[in-house]
Design a protein around this ligand. Structure first.
Ligand code: GLA
Length: 446
């Protein structure tokens, strides 16, 4: 094929490029999800009360907007039409009034389903019913879909998840698409190409052949699957800018780990196994699972208050979704204090949308410094002490942070809520508590 013809084909394709472009998730999503606190014990009263609690606690005023029902709301499919029916005993009024109530309170409403034959709790899944379900959700006024990965029929997630993306897009209603395939197939590496030209991911002529290009590889794989109909294939995309990220072509966020539990080791394990910063950004985020704050009285939860502060700080600087996993009708003062720290939330919601990286480490990795640039030449740092029995100083230099050594920054402690002074070249977080953090914001002084 001549170069001209090739170019012509590419331009033609660009005009019809599909992908996730719903304008949502420009910063990590904030809200609540029913699973961690309630599992299958959900009903319409709980959701109504949670919507009210989002307002009365002021969680909504600091940015928490989504009220998301997880598994166990779906009951069966209508014979003939296959339209999904909500559980009649727990949701006798159906789903639409709950979405309306959320909207009437300035909130958004989310649902859960599964890219398989059943949900993880054995309710009807959406595999094969994507269009019917997406249309039903849109008709109910749903704003968010968490899409799980149980009972997958041995079809790879790269193939199953784009089908629901396209069905949601086709409804014309902007619906946040939260993929939950637990990182098993490294969603941050997904890309699909139909013809592999150098390192571009290009949709081309039939026969429709699926190739997968993994991160850090320069060549597409051997053909994975051949399709007779292009509509069955998850579409690729062409890198448009340095912010291009491949999972972001499919979802607004993608789980990178298994489920988080309410303890320090689980939280850190999810943190350490989160997806890479390079593949996240405005429109699509790595998701190491919910913010697990137990909301019981201090001392009764699976982590100490110090540990919960560390958890929240890491999720903020890591640009993880801030989806609360507790009963917000009954929060301890410490839980509220943590979840509603506006200065920490501002790091999460900074418009630059850059996930942190680990810039320094000491004592065999037991202390880590995580840093990330912010808009307006700002910078955020979390100093983490993994030791459980001694406080420790954790230093960092501007060179390690990738900052100009001659620039002076005023530094603010985002948990003490106090200015620490102006620093140039280096800073040391003094006596960071066992299992604790220091979280600071740097602002250039000139
Ligand atoms: C999976 C998900 C959880 C939750 C349950 C519901 O385990 O990872 O977050 O949605 O299913 O059954």
């Amino acid at each position: 094929m001549s170069a001209m013809l090739l170019l012509y084909s590419l331009v033609g394709w660009l005009g019809i490029a599909k992908g996730l472009n719903n304008g949502l998730g420009l910063t990590p999503q904030m809200g609540w999800n029913s699973w961690n606190a309630f599992h299958c014990n959900i009903d319409q009263t709980l959701i109504q009360e949670t919507i009210q609690a989002m307002i009365t606690t002021n969680l909504s005023s600091v940015g928490y907007v989504y009220v998301n029902m997880d598994d166990c709301w779906a009951y069966a499919r209508t014979p003939g039409t296959n339209v999904i029916i909500p559980e009649p005993t727990t949701f006798p009024d159906g789903i639409a009034p709950l979405a309306q109530l959320a909207h009437a309170n300035g909130l958004k409403f989310g649902l859960y389903s599964d890219a398989g034959n059943f949900t993880c709790a054995g309710r009807p899944g959406s595999l094969g019913y994507e269009t019917i379900d997406a249309n039903t959700y849109a008709g109910w006024g749903v704003d968010y879909l968490k899409y799980d990965n149980c009972y997958d029929d041995n079809i790879p997630p790269e193939t199953r998840y784009p089908v629901m993306r396209d069905a949601l897009n086709a409804t014309g209603r902007p619906i946040f698409y939260s993929m939950c395939e637990w990182g098993v197939d490294d969603p941050w590496t997904w890309c699909v190409c139909f013809l592999c030209i150098r390192n571009a991911y290009v949709r081309f002529h039939p026969p429709w052949i699926l190739y997968v290009l993994k991160r850090d590889e320069t060549q597409c794989s051997d053909p994975v699957q051949t399709f007779s109909n292009a509509n069955n294939v998850c579409s690729g995309n062409v890198p448009q800018s340095s912010h291009f990220h491949r999972a972001g072509d499919v979802g607004n966020s993608w789980r990178t780990t298994g489920d988080i539990s309410d303890n320090w080791d689980s939280m850190l394990s999810n943190w350490d196994n989160n997806g890479p910063a390079a593949d996240a950004g405005p429109g699509g985020w790595n998701d190491p699972d919910m913010v697990f704050l137990c909301c019981l009285e201090v001392g009764n939860g699976g982590m100490t208050t110090t540990e919960y502060i560390s958890h929240f700080s890491l999720w903020c600087i890591g640009k993880a979704p801030l989806i609360i996993g507790c009963d917000i009708r009954d929060m301890s003062a410490d839980t509220k204090m943590i979840l509603m720290n506006k200065e920490a939330i501002a790091i999460s919601q900074d418009p630059l949308g850059q996930q942190c990286t680990m810039v320094a480490s000491q004592n065999s990795g037991n202390q880590n410094v995580y840093g990330t640039p912010l808009s307006n030449d700002g910078y955020a740092i979390v100093f983490l002490n993994r030791w459980n029995n001694s406080a420790v100083n954790i230093p960092v230099t501007w060179t390690q942070l990738g900052l100009n050594s001659d620039t002076s920054y005023s530094i603010r402690d985002l948990w003490a809520h106090e200015d620490l002074g102006v620093y140039k070249g280096s800073f040391t977080a003094e006596q960071v508590s066992p299992h604790g953090v220091m979280m600071v914001r740097l602002t250039p002084t000139s």
